[in-house]
Write a protein that binds this ligand. Structure first.
Ligand code: ADP
Length: 395
């Protein structure tokens, strides 16, 4: 079964082609992409021509599905056929995700025209959060705002769901891993045995922390948009809403300019004044740049704030997991995230931690009550797997 995963940006199309064997194993057959795309139709033709020339997809009939990691839709979430309902839902929330929703709506439309008969699947980044308790989703806003869609949605759902599944396997809870695999088709099925409590930290270009009980999200640091929660690479993260009218009046800024500064000049870039990339920030901090060091400290403080929130919400945890570029590759930051949590049952092993970069493994001591894991993210593979599950459930 050949599954194409299409990653649509405002001017780019990136793709990966996976081949699944009957046993659920997947091989990456091809990857590539196009920049400065003005015509998605042409980019799709070029992509198919490339896959044909490489001998992977001779005709569209050799393609068994296309998966899209859509961000958020109005009144729609889950892992669902990418049809006109999905396009309308993306358009309905284009103001909340202006960089993501319009290209996905346009791109899905073009894939539908170009590949009639090939199943298209949308995996919303909000999908993992559809069973959060209502109290965890509500902002204290006027009812009309809430009804217009102002609430906490949650993002990085593909990544956190993968962590939920993989951590359950690593903890020997095949029942919970299977529950997670079936989640988007069957909903949260009944569970027996001890509750499994996992805190998943996706720390990368954008970052979020999610609390997971028995494979289902109970809360997230992300809010209405992916601008919320932890400081992001160049996006602000959590901010008191009073700051917006204050800077508008103080600096005479338009709302568009405030929005631009909050999404392009804030986050780790705004804090450090150096870069939006953690490697550059660390290099600057190592040479004594105080603002760069502060950016790292703020990231650690914010991540610990949310880890703490979910430790309480879950009543403890069985595993704390780090994933994505920052979480996978920075042992010193992982040590800082886990500092002084011994009383709470989380004890990091310095030798195991320092030795592990970019690979899966356990970094807690043998005596630690809860495990600390690194689980590499591979979001395209997650989208491909969910696409296979969605297609199988429909057939
Ligand atoms: P994206 O959200 O863009 O997919 P990633 O998950 O790749 O982002 O994470 C990007 C972040 O991870 C950057 O801040 C980068 O500096 C950091 N990162 C990636 N690889 C490494 C590495 N080998 N060492 C240190 N930091 C890294």
């Amino acid at each position: 079964m050949n599954i194409l995963v299409a990653n649509l940006g405002s001017t780019s199309l990136k793709f990966r082609l996976f081949r699944f064997d009957g046993a659920g194993g997947a091989a990456l057959l091809a990857k590539g992409g196009y920049e400065r795309v003005t015509d998605y139709g042409k980019a799709i033709d070029d992509c198919l021509a490339e896959l044909k020339a490489a001998g992977h997809v001779r005709t569209p009939a050799d393609l068994h599905g296309v998966g899209f990691k859509t961000v958020l839709g109005k009144n729609l979430t889950g892992c669902v056929p990418a049809d006109e309902r999905v396009i309308a839902a993306l358009e309905g929330f284009k103001e909340i995700a202006p960089a993501h929703n319009p290209p996905y709506a346009a791109g899905i439309q073009r894939f539908r025209e170009k590949l009639p008969g090939v199943p298209l699947v949308a995996l919303f980044e909000t999908a993992f959060y559809q069973w959060m308790p209502e109290a965890a989703t509500r902002y204290a806003v006027p009812q009309a705002w809430h009804e217009a869609g102002v609430r906490r949605y949650g993002f990085h759902g593909a990544s956190h769901k993968f962590v939920a599944e993989r951590s359950a396997e690593l903890l020997g809870r095949q029942d919970i891993a299977e529950r997670v695999r079936q989640l988007y088709q069957a909903g949260p099925t009944s569970v027996k045995g001890r509750p499994l409590r996992v805190i998943s930290c996706h720390l990368g270009g954008s970052s979020s922390v999610t609390g997971i009980r028995d494979g289902v999200a109970v809360g997230t640091s992300m809010g209405l948009s992916p601008q919320s929660g932890l400081p992001q690479n160049n996006r602000v993260g959590d901010l008191d809403s009073a700051a917006v009218p204050f800077v508008m009046k103080t600096f005479g800024l338009s709302i568009a300019e405030v929005e631009r500064q909050m999404t392009k000049e804030s986050g780790l870039l705004g804090l450090s004044g150096v870069s939006n990339d953690l490697r550059d920030i660390r290099a600057a901090a190592d040479t004594g740049n105080a603002r760069a060091q502060l950016a790292l400290d703020v990231l650690v403080h914010s991540a610990r704030h949310w880890i703490g929130a979910f430790l309480l919400e879950l009543g403890g945890c069985d595993a704390l997991v780090f994933t994505a570029g920052i979480g996978e590759n920075n042992p010193d930051l992982r040590a800082a995230f886990c500092a002084q949590l011994e009383e709470l049952g989380l004890v990091i092993d310095p030798a195991k931690n320092n030795a592990l970069r970019g690979a899966e493994g356990e970094i807690s001591t043998a005596g630690s009550r809860a495990k600390i894991f690194v689980i590499p993210a591979n979001e395209e593979l997650v989208v491909a797997r969910e696409t296979v599950r969605c297609i199988a459930a429909r057939n």
